[in-house]
Design a protein around this ligand. Structure first.
Ligand code: NAD
Length: 308
């Protein structure tokens, strides 16, 4: 594939939140490479207030006036079934789902209201779920599907004033890892990205010179590669992408402390081995599943009783 232009002719790509920012960049790209695009956008403010058709319509007009194929959908991602229905009605199929729609309700944990928490969960967690849920039967039936979910550095590392958003965004990692495992035998490939790009979401928190270096278009190549039909093995992965940098993240497990599991396994005994718990220098591993506890338990039982 190297050197060739990746194309998506005859495929249908659904992009949620495609009325601006990253979603618009994805939509324009896939349409320019031959795909039929569903441009979904509720059209509200970045805090999730209001709505309207203009955002989605503008992007559809941009695509069609350049000779591409696109239809608009104005539903909230909470009604994912309607968004997928738009794809099926307009184009007869869905091949790629890009769960991108998002809002912010930044506020310190101390001052957070239930409404700030609930709305973030609805859009990011329930929204991605509802869209994937509606697309899944089509993907399974045709033994083909590509999904991108959107996390955030805030979710991976935490971010002051964003505990609702952080919780919602990290959920996309676990969601993706499980979808990747369940989808593999049906050629459904699922990955999650933590992007960074200039958009109305970041315009208020970053200075103009930084925003200039973070074009949404520079997130597109990674997404394009991951959802292309030539990618049949990169799945369940976490990527950080922005400003021309693309990197992969993974879990790291320390070798850890092993204690004999009997009455001598006390908090004091654990404290004595505390340095081993967080020691990544020796024999750390990069797991894609839980530790083999039965094997470890067997090893632990061979140890002498833990020192008091
Ligand atoms: P953006 O505000 O420009 O775009 C988000 C779009 O989603 C908007 O057009 C909005 O109208 C739409 N939307 C919001 N709620 C919706 C709903 N319920 N249903 C349908 N559409 C809805 O922001 P962006 O920066 O392009 O963000 C895109 C995604 O990337 C989001 O999920 C965001 O959390 C994530 N993200 C962005 C950055 C960044 O640096 N820009 C960083 C980390 C994560």
């Amino acid at each position: 594939m190297a050197g060739e232009q990746l194309r998506y002719d005859g495929q249908t790509v659904v992009v949620t939140g495609a009325g601006g920012g990253l979603g618009r960049a994805y939509a324009l790209f896939f349409a320019s490479r031959g795909a039929n695009v569903v441009v979904n956008d509720l059209g509200g403010s970045f805090k999730g207030e209001g709505g309207g058709n203009k955002a989605a319509d503008t992007v559809v007009n941009e695509i069609t006036s350049a000779g591409g194929k696109a239809v608009a959908n104005y539903d909230s991602v909470e009604n994912g079934d309607k968004i997928i229905e738009t794809a099926i009605k307009a184009f007869g199929r869905i091949d790629v789902l890009i769960n991108n729609a998002g809002i912010l309700r930044d506020i310190s944990f101390k001052n957070m209201k239930d409404q700030d928490w609930d709305l973030i969960m609805k859009v990011h967690v329930e929204g991605a779920y509802k869209c994937a849920r509606a697309a899944w039967p089509h993907f399974r039936k045709q033994k083909y599907g590509r999904v991108i979910n959107t996390a955030s550095a805030a979710g991976l590392f935490g971010s002051f004033g964003q505990c609702n958003y952080s919780a919602a965004k990290l959920s996309q990692v676990g969601f993706t890892e499980t979808l990747a495992k369940e989808g593999l035998k049906y050629n459904i490939i699922c990955n999650v990205i933590a992007p960074i790009a200039a958009s109305r979401m970041t315009a208020t928190v970053m200075p103009p010179e930084v925003l200039d270096a973070l074009k949404p278009e520079w997130v597109v190549p990674l997404v394009a590669v991951l959802v292309h039909k030539s990618n049949d093995s990169e799945t369940g992965s976490i990527f950080e992408v922005g400003g021309g940098h693309v990197a992969k993240l993974r879990w790291e497990r320390s070798k850890g402390a092993l204690l004999r599991a009997d009455d001598s396994f006390t908090p004091g005994a654990l404290l004595k081995k505390w340095d081993d718990v967080g020691n990544f220098a020796a024999d750390a591993s990069y797991p894609t599943g839980p530790a083999n506890f039965l094997e470890l338990l067997e090893d632990a039982q061979k140890l002498p009783p833990n020192p008091p």
